[in-house]
Design a protein around this ligand. Structure first.
Ligand SMILES: Cc1cc2nc3c(=O)[nH]c(=O)nc-3n(C[C@H](O)[C@H](O)[C@H](O)COP(=O)(O)OP(=O)(O)OC[C@H]3O[C@@H](n4cnc5c(N)ncnc54)[C@H](O)[C@@H]3O)c2cc1C
Length: 485
């Protein structure tokens, strides 16, 4: 029988386990933690439930296609994608319905409908011409690249805004500062900087505004619970609390993995751990590490989870409280590697959608600011300072005294993200996409010289975030299938 060892049970690890189990492999997943899911974690306290990591769910079909009928779960399409608050008092509801959104923009910031449509249509054009190549294929196999469809796409290259930054592109097309900031924010969906990332990244807004933003009825963790149950049903064996220490290869082919518990022989190994962690600890390779070190990391996060003993009808599921100086905020994140004194605050309240996530009359607040990668900053000092800054900002913008409503608090910082999931420097999405060459620099989904060794997850091609991690699993399964045929 053909045997595969998967290292890590992040979402990509479980997804590829499901795909290979369906291809009749014997699948073992080794996970250093005691539960599956990696960054898609949750915790419960005093009757509250918190999703600790991802909160935005797009391209749900990539999950659906992995699940048999009995493991499917329900999710709602959001009517309001995000509610945006600005320091000058402006409030914008990003409605999923484009006509409604256009009306909102017209009444709040006097943007003509056609300007919004121009932006939305451009994002759709970029998606059509880049997604099949950069998101859903391996760009490291000639077979995937040289297709008739891709040849046609070459003609679209001048129109995908690869030479200008996202910010410059948005300024040119939209030209209104509130809306430019709103669309610039999509760079943060893969931890990048809109003032440097290419305009091509405007494709991200297409996922929400055209394809839809969703939320699972019992929270984000439902995604992992369903995938995990499905994998077990297919016979995948999970080894929890079993950290992989080495990948063993002989004559340029993998032989298995070594854990503290012993050696597990396999015909293939798939790594779902951070690629830097992989080459520093599991298969040491100083040349690869030198290259990876040169790549700029994506942002990390600092999150305060608050049990709040009041409800705020003026808030929605996803809320953004923008900073006044966005450029300066990114200068702090990527150049100074610090947190600015006025960070943009993301407030996610899953109990707005899923009432049982908080006791009656209460709300579960997930309050996040983007943070720089961990390079040894004094996090306790940064957390203390930022907590005050965030509370003052929310007090000011909501006209409330927030602190008096906080029942308890938990904190997640870049150090813990690194420690818990092995992400190099606590980066949420592996390397950043700040350069137009980032997509090409990401590690391929396979090893170029060791046979049977594959890579999935947020730090390799095509990138971080749930949809791309699921895509990496699909790409690897396809490559393996091709070899089998
Ligand atoms: C705070 C936060 C907010 C986010 N928000 C969003 C969002 O809204 N939408 C979105 O799409 N994405 C979001 N993301 C990103 C998304 O969570 C990740 O891209 C995705 O979950 C990464 O999955 P992965 O498969 O790469 O594995 P990871 O989740 O990184 O998991 C890797 C697993 O490997 C295990 N492991 C590590 N080393 C070893 C070893 N040596 N042996 C065995 N096991 C090991 C770890 O314990 C872990 O379980 C967010 C992430 C965070 C942290």
């Amino acid at each position: 029988m053909r045997r595969v060892a998967i290292i890590g049970s992040g979402i990509a690890g479980i997804a590829v386990a499901i795909r290979l189990a369906r291809m009749s492999f014997i699948v073992d997943v080794f996970e250093k933690a005691s539960t599956p899911g990696g960054k898609v974690a949750e915790f419960q306290q005093q009757g509250f439930r918190f999703d600790m990591g991802p909160s935005l769910f797009t391209l749900p079909e990539l999950v659906d296609e992995l699940l048999d009928e009995e493991y499917q779960f329900s999710y709602d399409k959001l009517e309001t994608i995000t509610r945006y608050f600005y320091e000058d008092g402006t409030q914008i509801n990003a409605f999923a319905d484009i006509e409604k959104f256009a009306q909102e923009l017209n009444s709040k910031v006097s943007i003509p409908r056609k300007r919004l449509l121009k932006h939305i249509n451009k994002a759709a054009f970029i998606y059509r011409n880049t997604a099949p190549v950069f998101l859903f294929s391996s760009i490291h196999r000639i077979k995937d690249l040289w297709t008739f469809g891709n040849l046609k796409r070459l003609f679209a290259l001048p129109g995908i805004n690869a030479l200008k930054s996202m910010h410059k592109t948005n300024e040119k097309v939209i030209g209104e500062e509130h809306l430019v900031q709103l669309f610039d924010r999509y760079a943060t969906y893969n931890g990048s900087n809109p003032y440097r990332a290419p305009g091509t990244l405007n494709v991200i807004s297409h996922l929400e505004h055209a394809l839809g933003a969703y939320f699972p009825q019992n929270g984000m963790r439902t995604i992992i619970n369903s995938l995990y149950e499905q994998a077990k049903k297919l016979g995948v064996k999970f080894h929890f609390n079993e950290e992989v220490c080495s990948v063993v290869s002989k004559k340029k082919h993998v032989k298995g993995v070594g854990t503290k518990g012993g050696f597990y022989s396999s015909n293939m190994v798939i790594s779902d751990v951070d690629i830097y962690h992989f080459y520093s600890r599991l298969l040491p390779d100083s040349k690869k590490l030198r290259k990876l070190k040169k790549e700029e990391r994506s942002t990390s996060a600092l999150i305060f989870y608050w049990g709040v003993k009041r409800q705020f009808p003026e808030l929605d599921l996803h809320n953004i409280f923008f900073s006044q100086n966005y450029r300066e905020e990114f200068d702090f994140l990527f150049n100074k590697k610090q947190l600015s004194d006025d960070p943009t605050v993301y407030l996610f309240i899953s109990s707005k959608q899923n009432e049982s996530d908080a006791p009656s009359g209460c709300e579960n607040w997930f309050v996040m600011v983007n943070a720089p990668e961990n390079i040894g900053q004094d996090w306790s000092q940064l957390i203390e300072k930022t907590r005050q800054v965030v509370i003052s900002k929310l007090n000011r913008m909501l006209g409330e005294n927030i602190e008096q409503h906080i029942l308890f608090e938990q904190i997640l910082d870049p150090l813990q993200i690194e420690e818990r999931t092995g992400s190099y420097h606590g980066a949420l999405y592996g390397p950043s996409s700040n350069s137009r060459f980032s997509a090409f620099n990401r590690h391929p989904n396979f090893h170029r010289t060791i046979g049977g060794l594959y890579f999935v997850g947020g730090s390799v091609h095509p990138g971080g975030g749930i949809p791309l991690c699921l895509s990496s699993a699909k790409i690897v399964a396809r490559i393996i299938q091709d070899k089998e045929d």
